[in-house]
Design a protein. Sequence first.
Length: 135
Amino acid sequence: MSPAASNRVFLTEERNRSGLYRPSVKCVVDAEDRLSVDRTLRRLGHSLIETGKGRVRIDNGRLYRSVTGGGHLMGTTRMGATPSGSVVDRDCRVHGYTNLFVAGSSVFPSGGYANPTLTIVALALRLADAIASEP
């Protein structure tokens, strides 16, 4: 999915048993996201045919009408250059704080289709090295 300002996590007026506001999520899969999946599947299909490795069957009904998601939440503490467009900098440090870091897929500005675990591990290792080398 491409980053979209309309997709967000926000607090509702409803409170839980502890008195904390309950979160809610707004997530819209737009036409560009769907076209991106379509283009990727077509490129994969052409590659498989050219190499004689197989074929891809695209189920347009599933692709365009019944989008399902996985368990990889991404982008809620986005990485970026400025506090106005992100939560953490390139070193996973929360903007405006010297000793507060976020490690995980929530810092991804966008996500792909594949499992994000290796990227999460790489970011965590880089962050650990950066923290260990600080005076």
